[in-house]
Write a protein that binds this ligand. Structure first.
Ligand code: PMP
Ligand code: GLU
Length: 395
C-alpha cells in the first residue's frame, strides 16, 4: 500500500544523539573500533543498593499497574528530595512520575502548548526540546548564546525574545550540551524579566543537578515569584546511572501536574513499577552515596579539557556540570582534511567518525552549528585514546 505517514512525523527530526549512537553500534558490528562519545549516558553500573531494592520489589510482587502519576510513597520521596536539595515544597498532587524525564517534558509540552505558541529555547539546548515543541505544534524560538558568555542567556536577550505569543521558556542547568550552570544571581536576573510577564511558564530541566563541579545548584522555582509558574523536571537517569530504568518526574503547579497526569493516562499509564520502587531507594539515599561517580566525571572533565585544549582550533568553555564538552570548531570550516571539505559541524563530526573512529554529535542538533558535542561519560582510557585519534586525524 502507499505509505501514509502523518505530517507530524514527516516533519520531525530523528533524535541526533540516538541516531549517532545507532550509527556507532552499526559500525562496531561491522568490526570497526569505534569509541562512542555521542550518547549522554553514564558508563557506571547502577549502584548495588538500588539494584537490591528492585530485586526486593520483584519478590514483593510489584507487578500491577501503579497509579498513573506514581506510587504515593515514591511521590513522598520526591517531595522530600525537592525539600532537601532544592528548598521547594510540593504536595503530592503537584508531582507526576513518568517514563523518563523525556516523557515528563513531552507531557508538559503537550499539556500546555497550543498551536502557534512560542517557546523560548536558549541555544544550545538539548536536542529533543525543539522537536517536542514542534510535535505539540508550538514554535521554538532560539536565543543564541555565546561561548564568551559561557553559553548562557542574559536577561537582555530574554527580554528581547519575549512576544505576546510567548508561552514558555525552557532550559536545562546544568546544560546539555554546554555543561553551563546558571548561578543564583543569573537566574534572579532572568526572573526579574519574567516577573513582568506573569503568564510565561518556565520549564527548568534539572536532570544533571547532582553532576555539578562548581558553585552549587539553584532551582529557579525557589526564586521569588517563580514557584507558581515553574515546572521543575528531574529524574534518576544521570546521577544514579539509571538511564535504562526510565524514571523521571516533575514538581509543578497543581493545574499543570493534573494535565500531565491526564495526558499520561491516555498514552502510557504509570511508569514501570519495579523501577519506581528502586527510585524510592535512590532518592532517599544521601547524595554522598553517588559522589564517587560525580568525582570521576569531574576528573574526566579536567582531563578532556586539558587534552582538547592542546588541539589547535578547539575553542572551549569550562563546563561546570553534566558530562559534556561543547567545543566551537568553526576554525576548521573551509579547510580540507584527509581529502574532505569541512563546511559545517556535521561534516566535522562525520570526519571524526570516519577518520578517527570517534562518535560525537554535531552542534546543529542542539541549535548551534559551530560546535560539536563530546560526552566524557566514558573511561579515561577511552577518552585519552579518542582524543589522540582526533589529534592525529586533524594533523
Ligand atoms: N533532559 C536532558 C537535558 C537530558 O540530557 C536527558 C537525557 N536523556 C533527558 C532530559 C531525558 O532523560 P531521561 O528520559 O533518561 O530521564
Ligand atoms: N540525553 C542523552 C543525550 O543527550 C541521551 C540520549 C537521548 O535521550 O537523546 O545524549
Amino acid at each position: 500500500m502507499t505509505q501514509q505517514l502523518s505530517e507530524r512525523v514527516l516533519n520531525m527530526a530523528t533524535s541526533a544523539t540516538l541516531a549517532m549512537a545507532a550509527k556507532a553500534r552499526e559500525l562496531r558490528a561491522e568490526g570497526k573500533d569505534i569509541i562512542g562519545l555521542s550518547l549522554g549516558e553514564p558508563d557506571f553500573n547502577t549502584p548495588d543498593f538500588i539494584k537490591d531494592a528492585a530485586k526486593e520489589a520483584i519478590d514483593q510482587n510489584y507487578n500491577s499497574y501503579s497509579p498513573v502519576d506514581g506510587y504515593a510513597d515514591l511521590k513522598e520521596a520526591i517531595i522530600n528530595k525537592f525539600k532537601r536539595d532544592n528548598g521547594l515544597n510540593y504536595t503530592p498532587n503537584q508531582i507526576v512520575v513518568s517514563t523518563g524525564a523525556k516523557q515528563s517534558l513531552a507531557n508538559v509540552a503537550l499539556a500546555v502548548i497550543n498551536p502557534g505558541d512560542e517557546v523560548i529555547l536558549p541555544a544550545p539546548y538539548w536536542v529533543s526540546y525543539s522537536d517536542i515543541v514542534k510535535i505539540a505544534e508550538g514554535v521554538p524560538v532560539e536565543v543564541q548564546t555565546s561561548i564568551e558568555n559561557d553559553f548562557k542567556m542574559t536577561a537582555e536577550q530574554l527580554e528581547a525574545a519575549i512576544t505576546p505569543k510567548t508561552k514558555m521558556i525552557w532550559y536545562s542547568s546544568p546544560c546539555n550540551p554546554s555543561g553551563s550552570v546558571y548561578s543564583k544571581e543569573e537566574l534572579e536576573s532572568l526572573a526579574a524579566v519574567l516577573r513582568k510577564h506573569p503568564n510565561i511558564i518556565i520549564v527548568s530541566d534539572e536532570i544533571y543537578e547532582h553532576i555539578n563541579f562548581g558553585n552549587g545548584h539553584t532551582s529557579i522555582a525557589s526564586i521569588d515569584g517563580m514557584y507558581d509558574r515553574t515546572v521543575t523536571v528531574n529524574g534518576v537517569s544521570k546521577a544514579f546511572a539509571m538511564t535504562g530504568w526510565r524514571i523521571g518526574y516533575i514538581g509543578a503547579p497543581d493545574w499543570i501536574a493534573r494535565a500531565c497526569n491526564k495526558m499520561q493516562g491516555q498514552i502510557t499509564s504509570g511508569a514501570n513499577c519495579i523501577a519506581q520502587r528502586a527510585t524510592i531507594t535512590a532518592l532517599e539515599a544521601p547524595v554522598s552515596k553517588i559522589k564517587y561517580m560525580i568525582d570521576k566525571f569531574h576528573e574526566r572533565r579536567d582531563l578532556v579539557l586539558g587534552l582538547l585544549g592542546e588541539i589547535e582550533g578547539f575553542q572551549l568553555n569550562v563546563p561546570e556540570g553534566a558530562f559534556y564538552v561543547f567545543p566551537n570548531i568553526s576554525y576548521f570550516f573551509g579547510k580540507t582534511i584527509k581529502g574532505k571539505k569541512i563546511e559545517n559541524a556535521s561534516d566535522f563530526s562525520l570526519l571524526l567518525l570516519e577518520e578517527a573512529n570517534v562518535a560525537t554529535v554535531t552542534g546543529e542538533a542542539f541549535g548551534n552549528p559551530n560546535c560539536i558535542r563530546i560526552s566524557y561519560a566514558a573511561s579515561e582510557t577511552e577518552l585519552k585514546e579518542a582524543i589522540k585519534r582526533i589529534k592525529e586525524a586533524l594533523s
